[in-house]
Write a protein that binds this ligand. Structure first.
Ligand SMILES: O=C(O)c1ccccc1NCC(=O)[C@H](O)[C@H](O)COP(=O)(O)O
Length: 252
């Protein structure tokens, strides 16, 4: 009994020391756009690995700490997507601080609706910030311009053709996130994402396919259609070894 208590305290002590060390980090993550372009120029689809413990549909996995995750997927990922939203996704800003030491681009992933959140992303050291077109409506470009002024690269997420065209007609230089998940009913349709990509490929600077990507077969379809990167959460949380296979998918 006594030795169990000591073991546990040792674990807590070790993890807390690492967490405090991360809190002190003042680094800035490198840019996502350049990293994706570099990966594509080497002939590969870029992989953005998301640290995602839960979603509105329920808990995904709580038994992987962020160090274990970043260590496992870091060598294969072009960048990280880090959920900071605490209620539905059990995210935290500390995960960004921890990710900084891996030297990869970092996307701040929350339902961003305010300048304060953009500032938070910047102060934490993220390189990009997620802006969801359907969530922001008319305030999208005001917030996107603010993020750019703060030195962040906005990832503008859409889930339909009209919004995708709207984004590239307004600013083709931002990263365009094409979500397979319908944000009304949370249903996933890779087919819908593929048809949106078909419409915008060659006109958007960077296309990132998001959500519902289960493995190499899905990633290949998206790459063949014109995606520059895939953003994968749930499947990687369930099987971190998938990162190696996904990192080997080629672009043309
Ligand atoms: O993940 C959800 O269920 C979700 C529900 C409502 C709004 C947003 C949601 N997800 C945010 C994301 O962008 C995903 O975490 C990301 O695309 C990764 O998706 P997946 O690989 O399917 O976990």
């Amino acid at each position: 009994m006594a030795s169990k208590a000591v073991d546990f305290l040792d674990v807590i002590n070790g993890l807390t020391r690492k967490r405090v060390e991360a809190m002190r980090a003042s680094a800035r993550a490198p840019g996502m756009i350049k990293a994706i372009e570099q990966r594509n120029s080497e002939g590969y689809l870029a992989l953005i690995a998301e640290y995602k413990r839960a979603s509105p549909s329920g808990v995904i996995r709580l038994d992987i700490d962020p160090w274990t995750y970043f260590n496992a997927v870091g060598q294969y990922a072009t960048g990280f997507s880090i959920l900071t939203e605490p209620i539905y996704f059990l995210g935290s800003p500390i995960f960004i601080k921890i990710a900084l030491s891996y030297g990869k681009p970092i996307l701040y992933k929350d339902f961003v609706i305010s300048r304060e959140q953009v500032m938070d992303a910047r102060e934490l050291g993220a390189s990009s910030v997620l802006l969801i077109k359907r969530l922001l409506g008319d305030s999208l470009w005001e917030l996107a311009d603010y993020a750019i002024k703060q030195g962040l690269e906005p990832l503008i997420e859409v889930d339909n053709e009209k919004d995708a065209l709207d984004v590239i007609n307004t600013n083709p230089n931002v990263m365009l996130g094409i979500n397979s998940r319908d944000l009304n009913d949370l249903s996933i349709s890779l087919g819908r994402a593929l048809s949106i990509i078909r419409v915008v490929r060659g006109r958007a600077n960077i296309i990132i396919a998001e959500s519902g990507i289960k493995g190499v077969e899905d990633a290949l379809k998206l790459a063949n259609e014109g995606a520059n990167a895939v953003l994968v959460g749930t499947a990687l949380m369930r099987n971190m070894n998938l990162s190696r296979e996904l990192s080997e998918v080629r672009v043309h």
